[in-house]
Design a protein around this ligand. Structure first.
Ligand code: C5P
Length: 403
């Protein structure tokens, strides 16, 4: 994956800089060309000589070096790379990147680049947790900067917590992953995935929900991203981490989910894996409902929720080229799915049995019947991860983008 790729490694100041020496070796072992920029603070932790010995190239340190500028201007330095990796990324350099500063060679290169940037933060746990650092990270993530780590553990300063730079091999994996995604079969395609349950409020503290864990929807979103698609994951409340490398939009109700999906259009692929509530409480109370002696038990009047799958399937010129739904059934799984395919207007349905005895909801495995206008295909019982991968493979091979 990394053969011939040009990595510009920016080493900023931090004790983790010693690990960047190993990072250079690991990247080069895999065939990457590594050129390094060392900040002034970085030079306090590793010497230009050791960096240069490992890159077998000169090390760039000075914005105002006449020789360097004559040989290779700082703009050229950033353009001549396929990816920029900032490791370690100190709190200081992250702040300067977020602010768009260009007060040394490293930040000038980072501001001048049109190439993807990956940062591996490393700092004291309190610096990491400081709202300033967290909001800088949010700014950088929004701008598309990829972040790897930090990991949790003992710190050089004697504290414990998140702040340790990701290990060199983790950074290498992230860089490889980036190149794999950029050349994946769905590169350039946009995908929208719904996942998880919805919560429909009864009053400010109570809601109607279901047992969906979001595992299947999240796994599909991850598999689409791994194949190179640009993924928006619209998810109801789940107890899962936000998957890296895609845009996650958290929502609560079906109506919010529909609005989030519509603002994610246009998309080439839509997969509706969320277990959307069919109804919401017509007049959810603004205050907590109280039980009072002698009062009648309240009756909840329900109104129908929008059908997101049907709406996306019939969204006119903005309709994604492939729209896929799920049919969670407890009986006559395939027959119901076939009826649903016609009713909702989607292209394929993944039918699965959610009887409690099967344990699909919340479990790790799923037994799928792929229902298309051409027939039914029974898949073996697979992990939800593998269902995601197999679905993506099917989209690639049999979907509208197949050559
Ligand atoms: O009609 P039913 O709920 O069984 O249909 C399931 C499929 O429809 C799933 O793909 C689910 O994500 C989608 N759906 C939806 N919006 C709804 C109800 C279901 O997108 N309001």
């Amino acid at each position: 994956m990394l053969r011939g790729k040009r990595v510009l490694l920016i080493i900023s100041g931090g004790i983790a800089a010693y690990k960047s020496l190993d990072l250079i070796r690991r990247l080069r072992e895999r065939g990457a060309d590594v050129r390094a920029v060392l900040t002034r603070a970085g030079e306090q932790f590793v010497t230009p000589l050791s960096v240069s010995a490992l890159t077998e190239d000169k090390v760039y340190t000075d914005l105002f070096s006449l020789t360097d500028e004559a040989e290779m201007g700082h703009i050229q330095l950033s353009r001549n790379a396929d990816v920029l990796v900032v490791a370690p990324a100190s709190a200081d350099i992250l702040a300067r990147m977020a602010a768009g500063m260009a007060n040394d060679l490293a930040t000038t290169v980072l501001l001048a680049t049109d190439k993807p940037v990956l940062a591996a933060p490393a700092m004291n746990v309190r610096m990491w947790q400081h709202p300033a650092t967290q909001s800088n990270l949010e700014v950088l993530r929004d701008r598309g900067v990829m972040i790897v780590g930090p990991n949790e553990g003992d710190m050089a300063c004697g504290e414990y917590g998140p702040g340790r730079m990701a290990e060199p091999l983790e950074i290498v994996a992230e860089v490889s992953n980036f190149f794999q995604t950029a050349s994946g079969p769905l590169a350039g395609r946009r995908a929208l995935v719904t996942s998880g349950p919805t919560h429909e409020p009864i009053d400010p503290v109570r809601y109607i929900a279901n047992r969906s864990s979001g595992r299947q929807g999240h796994a599909i979103a991850i598999a689409l991203a791994e194949a190179g698609a640009e993924v928006t994951l619209v998810t109801g409340p789940v107890d899962l981490p936000e998957p890296p490398g895609l845009t996650t939009v958290p929502v609560e109700t079906a109506r919010e989910m529909l609005a989030a999906c519509q603002s994610a259009l246009p998309a080439d692929i839509a997969v509706c894996a969320a277990a959307v509530a069919d109804w919401h409480v017509a007049d959810a109370a603004n205050q907590k409902l109280k039980k009072a002696d002698g009062q009648a038990t309240p009756t909840l009047a329900l109104s129908e929720n929008p059908d997101i799958l049907a709406t996306l399937s019939k969204s006119g010129p903005e309709r994604p080229a492939v729209v896929i739904g799920f049919a969670a059934e407890t009986e006559d799984v395939v027959a119901h799915a076939q009826a649903k395919l016609a009713r909702k207007g989607c292209d394929w349905i993944l039918a699965n049995d959610v009887s409690p005895a099967v344990g699909t909801f919340g479990g790790d495995r799923n037994t799928i019947h792929l229902v298309t206008p051409d027939g039914v295909e029974d898949w073996p019982t697979l992990s939800k991860r593998d269902v995601g991968r197999r679905l993506v493979q099917t989209i690639i091979e049999r979907g509208p983008f197949a050559e």
